[in-house]
Design a protein around this ligand. Sequence first.
Ligand code: ATP
Ligand code: MG
Length: 261
Amino acid sequence: MSKNVILSTRGLRKTYGRGDSRFEALRGINLEIIEGESVAIIGKSGSGKSTLMHLLALLDKPTKGNIALDGENTSKLRQSKLNKLRNKKFGFVFQSFFMNANDSVLNNVMLPLKIAGLGARARRRKAMHALRIVGLDDKAKNKANDLSGGQKQRVCIARAIVNDPEIIFADEPTGNLDSATGEKIINILFRLNREKGITLIIVTHDPELAAKCDRQIRISDGHLASEPSKTPPTQLPPTYYEHNSGDTDADGMLDIMEEQA
Ligand SMILES: Nc1ncnc2c1ncn2[C@@H]1O[C@H](COP(=O)(O)OP(=O)(O)OP(=O)(O)O)[C@@H](O)[C@H]1O
Ligand SMILES: [Mg+2]
């Protein structure tokens, strides 16, 4: 079986600002991410990790270069198509991506399903399922803003997994959490990776978390500090082969997760 590249970049550059405040945050990044692997993006503060993550997640456009998703160059896609792709294929666990602070926890988790056009009952059922997995079903009716930092982060995970994504992007998922809550969050993410072959792309300063990933990509001043290792397919984890095995039932994933929560 040949390896399946899910995301790849060519000559990726990102420049912020103009004139004196012009700053080259990314200076030509070439990388490939294989379906089903877990990748840590590491590097010093300001090195460009979040910038890279935003570009990979198609939340922002590169200044130069391009990103291919499932082999398709995304730079030519219209915004509406990009939004659909993101909603269908990606889940986000970003600290600054906690959108509707004044809405209920349940509505926040249901949002991707609403965008995907699911009916009200199915939305509620799946969202409650996801909330049970992260241990927050009792907070479904609370205003999202009233939760603690760790609880908000868990709501983000519930929202990230509710739509059965192919890739989960997490930017410092344990950043502001106590170690027990952080561990819980990491365990949920890696279980999804192992059991459903969901690709994990995690920006982190935590060496322990980075070490748990199949591969680390170090960014230094907007460059890749080390070339991504060319792991032959035979060395990839077994889950890699199981991904896309035809089981696309989101409830199935949630069931597995819940049984083990
Ligand atoms: N919107 C922006 N406008 C101008 N400069 C920006 C903008 N966003 C990021 N930068 C700059 O780009 C560089 C890379 O930022 P980025 O957020 O990617 O760093 P990071 O590696 O995620 O850092 P941290 O670990 O502190 O989160 C930084 O020097 C930052 O100041
Ligand atoms: Mg950052």
